[in-house]
Write a protein that binds this ligand. Structure first.
Ligand code: AMP
Ligand code: ZN
Length: 482
């Protein structure tokens, strides 16, 4: 079954076919963090999406080379360095370290390469020189080098491959120096920014005088160095499609004359009350904010993986609590299955191929996680019912546990609880409990619904014996320590 993925270039879901004639090797580049602050969980959503894409390709048999750059010099960083009085490396080094810790907390695989922009100044300069040679770049009066959209289009190249652009209002030669700008203010953009006093000591020598690179050229230089002039897959958040990725295409194709990237994927934003979670709006949570509230990285990951990457997703703490509870229930049921199969006699425990096929079909359909989780939840409910009615053999239970482990770990990066030895602790403002308590609570609800009050009383007594009392509130039952 081919892996099918949406391609922003063609605006369609298409078969993913790598450039490698053997169809095996895949070069994947995901724009990395700008290390000027802690990452917020919107940023983390994009990196979890990249990790999921990589895992799914690997699970499908591809040999992925995953590259994620570190943007350690750009406008915002320079501003912060100036404000804090630290050296560039000191300042960015701290946030880079914290970023990798965050990635580990949410169980992202470490990219194979994480090039830093500041360590690729010679490659950046060489790329700009190629654009100058081809007449697509020019030097402005202040010494800065700009990319000429007019010259690029004049060579028969298309500016506006990822987004539709309206060139009517564009004045030839108009320039934009900042790294971020809107489609409406499209203009020639800076490749090399001549040194200004505000840059302090952040500058490098170049054939065009002291200065520093623009943000977009950094990614063109690093991705092509790591993966070649043409590669398979380029990812990032939806806000990067323009201008960052459009400019990456223009710079790379303008310099090499070859197609830059075959397949582009963009993860949609994490929202807060309908608006993009962002530093500038101040409406953000960092991962550490959530850990301080008692949530774990795997719970945050589970929440982020519950929505399709091409769906904007509204973040709420209630949503995170619900995800935590759902994961804990799922794992409670699976731990009962695991215990039942712990002494399975069969030497070679098989896998549940049908579930793996269903989940695979969903994932190959543009990473349809909702469908995949739906299948998993359904299967867990059925397996759990079989266990309760003594219809699940020990061998089947062992196979079920193995299947879950393979899917959870291999595809979703949700390491099964037994493997991480994690405990379910009580979290902020939420009655979170060990899964066996939640299962009892759920059974009691079912008994009450069925008007089996004898059973519901028995469960209440059982919980009491364990040190918990049930409080029935308008929002449903809650457990309280006696
Ligand atoms: P930055 O560190 O700002 O360069 O961003 C790192 C990544 O996070 C980029 O791929 C952005 O597109 C992505 N990003 C920024 N804000 C959000 C958000 N609210 N939701 C999802 N991804 C985001
Ligand atoms: Zn980039």
């Amino acid at each position: 079954m081919p892996v099918r993925l949406f391609n922003t270039l063609t605006r369609t879901v298409e078969d993913f076919v790598p450039l490698d004639p053997a169809g095996k090797k895949v070069g994947l580049y995901c724009c990395g963090p700008t290390v000027y602050d802690f990452a917020h969980i919107g940023n983390i959503r994009t990196f979890v999406f990249a990790d999921l894409t990589r895992r799914w390709l690997e699970f499908s048999g591809f040999d992925v080379q995953h590259v994620m750059n570190i943007t350690d010099v750009e406008d915002k960083i320079i501003r912060k360095v100036r404000e804090t009085g630290q050296s560039l490396a000191e300042f960015t080094g701290k946030y880079e370290g914290e970023f990798f810790k965050d990635l580990e907390t949410v169980h992202c695989l470490r990219p194979h390469q994480s090039p830093r922009a500041t360590e690729h100044i010679p490659e950046i300069i060489a790329l700009i020189a190629r654009l100058l040679e081809r007449g697509i770049a020019y030097q402005a009066a202040d010494g800065s080098i700009y990319f000429s959209i007019e010259k690029y289009r004049g060579c028969g190249c298309k500016y506006g491959q990822l987004v539709n652009l309206n060139f009517d209002g564009m004045r030839v030669g108009e320039r934009v120096a900042s790294d971020e700008y809107e489609k409406e203010s499209m203009a020639d953009f800076a490749l090399w920014k001549a040194r200004v006093p505000e840059d302090g000591v952040v500058f490098w020598p170049s054939p065009w005088g002291d200065g520093r690179p623009g943000w977009h050229i950094e990614c063109s230089a690093m991705s092509m160095k790591a993966l070649g002039e043409s590669f398979d897959l380029h990812l990032g958040g939806e806000d990067l499609a323009f201008p960052h990725h459009e400019d990456e295409i223009a710079q790379s194709e303008g310099a090499t004359g070859k197609p830059f990237v075959k397949h582009w994927m963009h993860g949609y934003h994490l929202l807060v009350e309908g608006r993009k979670m962002s530093k500038s709006l101040g409406n953000y949570f960092t991962l550490r904010d959530l850990l301080a509230k008692g949530f774990t990285g795997r719970e945050v990951r589970f929440l982020l993986l519950s929505a399709h990457y091409r769906e904007q997703f509204n973040f709420t703490l209630e949503g995170l609590i619900a995800a935590k509870t759902a994961l804990s229930r799922l794992e409670q049921r699976l731990s009962e299955v695991r215990n039942h199969g712990a002494n399975a006699q069969s030497k070679s425990v098989s896998l549940n191929d049908s579930l793996i096929a269903q989940v695979s079909a969903a994932m190959s359909d543009d990473l349809n996680v909702s469908e995949a989780w739906g299948r998993i939840f359904q299967w867990v409910t059925q397996t759990s019912q079989k266990l309760k009615s003594n219809e699940l053999s020990e061998d089947d239970a062992a196979a079920a546990w193995r299947t879950w482990t393979k899917i959870a770990q291999g595809i979703f990066g949700i390491v099964p609880l037994q493997a991480v030895g994690a405990s379910l602790t009580v979290s902020w403002n939420v009655e979170a409990h060990p899964p066996e308590l939640l299962a009892l609570l759920e059974d009691r609800q079912a008994a009450r619904k069925a008007k089996d009050f004898k059973r519901s009383d028995a469960i209440r007594d059982e919980l009491k014996a364990k040190g918990w009392i049930i409080e029935d509130t308008t929002k449903g039952p809650r457990l309280k320590k006696t």
